[in-house]
Design a protein around this ligand. Structure first.
Ligand SMILES: *Cc1c(COP(=O)(O)O)cnc(C)c1O
Length: 435
C-alpha cells in the first residue's frame, strides 16, 4: 500500500513512513493511493469467519506488500484479542459494543493495532521510539494500554489536571513500565500545544525519535474497519442483509473507517454521523459551508471537537463529491438535554445503560427511522465506551445499574503515579531531555 497526502496526490510514501510520521509535512492526511475491493466471495461468506479472521482478510488485502502474512497474523491476534458483539435490543435494533478492550473504549482497536505495527517496524537496535500524546480522556488510556510492555517504545501522556474522570485517570497513571503520565496544570489545549511544540523543536528531534499516536495515524484507521465487517457478519448469520450504522462522531475517525469499509466493499445502506452541539459537519450538510469553530464542553466530551481532523479523509474518499457523500451519510446534532433523554429512553425501553456518546448514536437512529421508515433494514448504533467511564452524567437510578468491569476493579488496587508540570514548554522540554 502506497499513500499520498490529501494535499498532494503525487506524493508516494510507504505504509511504514506514514505510520511513523502520522502526518505529511504539508499538513494533509495520508490516504491509500488505491483502495482495493475485498474478495466478493469472502464478503458473500463472511458469516463463517471470526473477528480475527475478518481482520486478517482486510489487513492483508491492504498491507500484503508491507507486512508478511505470518507477522500480520501475529499482530492481529495480539491486538484484536477481545470481542465486539452486536447486541440485539429488538428485531431491528442492535448496539455494537466496542468497549470490551483494556481501556473500555473503541480506541483500543486503533491504539493496539498501531502500537504493534510500530513495534514490528522497529528493527532490533533501532533508537527507542518516544510516543507523545495529549489526551482529554479516552485517547490516553487506549494508547497507554496499547503500548504497555511493547519493546523499544516509551509513551509520555499529558493530561489536564482535574479534567479526566477517575477511571480515566487510573488508566493513565497505574501503568508503570514504559508509560509515563504527566498531569499538566492547564487545559487539554495546553497539553496539545506542548506536544505540538515538542514535534517542532529541532533539539528534541535531534536527540529523540519522537512520534505521535493521535487519531489521524493511518494505522489507527485501518483496524477500525474490522468491526464494521464483523458486525455485518454477525447480522448476516441471523438472516439480516440490510444494515445502517449510526456512529457517535468527534474527530470523525470512526465513521471515516466505516466509510473506508464501505469503499472496500462492505454493503451498507446508510451511515449516520451523530454529533453533539459541536456540529461542524451537520451544519455543513445543511448549509454547504464547512466552518470550524472552537469546541464547546458537553456530556459526550470525547466528541467535543469543533474542527474534526479526519473530515478531509472522508471528502477524499468521495473525491470531493458532496452529493455522492450525502447519498451515503446523514448527519444530525443533539444537545445535552436530548442526550440525557436518550440515556433514559434506552434504559426504559431495553433496560440497557448507554454512555452519553452511545446515547447520541441511538437517538440519531430513532430520528432517521422517523424520517425514513424502513421494513427490512436493521439499525446498528456504535457504543464507543463503557458507561462506567462517565459516572457523573447518569441519574442515580440508572448509575446504580452500571456494572464495573474487571479491568477497572484491577486498577483500583494498583499504585498510581503522575509527574506534575506547568504549561511552559521549557519545563516539558527539560523533562523529555532528562529521559
Ligand atoms: C473518541 C471517541 C469518540 C469519537 O470518535 P471519533 O473517531 O473521534 O469520531 C466517540 N466516543 C468515545 C467514547 C470516544 O472516546
Amino acid at each position: 500500500m502506497k499513500l499520498y497526502s490529501t494535499n498532494n496526490k503525487d506524493l508516494r510514501v510507504s505504509f511504514k513512513d506514514a505510520v511513523f510520521n502520522s502526518m505529511p509535512q504539508d499538513k494533509g492526511l495520508y490516504m491509500p493511493v488505491e483502495i482495493p475491493q475485498l474478495d466478493a466471495e469472502f464478503i458473500e461468506n463472511i458469516e463463517k469467519y471470526s473477528l480475527p479472521e475478518i481482520a486478517y482478510e482486510i489487513a492483508s488485502t491492504l498491507l500484503k506488500d508491507e507486512i508478511p502474512a505470518e507477522a500480520l497474523k501475529a499482530i492481529i491476534e495480539d491486538a484484536i484479542n477481545f470481542e465486539a458483539p452486536a447486541v440485539k435490543l429488538d428485531d431491528k435494533t442492535f448496539v455494537l459494543e466496542l468497549f470490551h478492550g483494556p481501556s473500555l473504549a473503541f480506541k483500543d482497536f486503533g491504539a493496539r493495532f498501531m502500537s504493534r505495527v510500530m513495534a514490528y517496524f522497529l528493527k532490533d537496535g533501532e533508537q527507542l521510539l518516544d510516543v507523545l500524546v495529549a489526551t482529554s480522556g479516552d485517547t490516553g488510556g487506549a494508547v497507554a494500554l496499547g503500548f504497555l510492555g511493547v519493546p523499544n517504545t516509551r509513551v509520555t501522556i499529558l493530561y489536564p489536571e482535574g479534567k479526566v474522570s477517575p477511571i480515566q485517570e487510573l488508566q493513565l497513571t497505574t501503568n508503570g513500565q514504559n508509560i509515563r503520565a504527566i498531569e499538566v496544570k492547564g487545559t487539554f489545549d495546553d497539553c496539545q500545544a506542548l506536544v505540538k511544540q515538542a514535534f517542532a523543536d529541532d533539539e528534541l528531534n535531534g536527540k529523540l525519535r519522537l512520534t505521535s499516536a493521535n487519531s489521524i495515524n493511518i494505522a489507527r484507521l485501518i483496524p477500525q474497519t474490522f468491526y464494521y465487517f464483523n458486525t455485518y457478519a454477525q447480522l448476516k448469520k441471523q438472516g439480516i442483509n440490510d444494515v445502517i450504522f449510526s456512529v457517535p462522531s468527534g474527530n470523525f475517525g470512526n465513521i471515516g473507517a466505516g466509510l473506508l469499509a464501505y469503499k472496500l466493499g462492505l454493503p451498507v445502506k446508510q451511515f449516520i454521523a451523530a454529533t453533539n452541539i459541536n456540529d461542524t459537519v451537520p451544519r455543513f450538510f445543511e448549509t454547504g459551508i464547512y466552518e470550524t469553530k472552537p469546541s464547546t464542553q458537553t456530556y459526550s466530551n470525547a466528541m467535543d471537537v469543533g474542527a474534526p481532523s479526519n473530515w478531509i479523509r472522508i471528502m477524499d474518499l468521495f473525491k470531493g463529491d458532496v452529493d455522492a457523500l450525502k447519498k451515503v451519510v446523514t448527519s444530525y446534532r443533539f444537545d445535552d438535554e436530548e442526550t440525557l433523554a436518550g440515556i433514559k429512553e434506552i434504559d426504559n425501553k431495553f433496560n440497557y445503560v448507554a454512555c452519553p456518546h452511545t446515547a447520541i448514536a441511538y437517538i440519531a437512529i430513532e430520528k432517521f427511522r422517523k424520517e425514513n421508515p424502513m421494513d427490512e433494514t436493521a439499525a446498528v448504533f456504535l457504543s464507543t465506551a463503557h458507561a462506567c467511564k462517565f459516572p457523573d452524567i447518569f441519574p442515580i437510578e440508572i448509575a446504580s445499574k452500571i456494572e464495573i468491569p474487571v479491568q477497572v476493579k484491577a486498577l483500583e488496587s494498583k499504585s498510581h503515579h503522575a509527574d506534575q508540570l506547568a504549561t511552559d514548554f521549557e519545563g516539558f522540554k527539560n523533562y523529555l531531555l532528562r529521559g
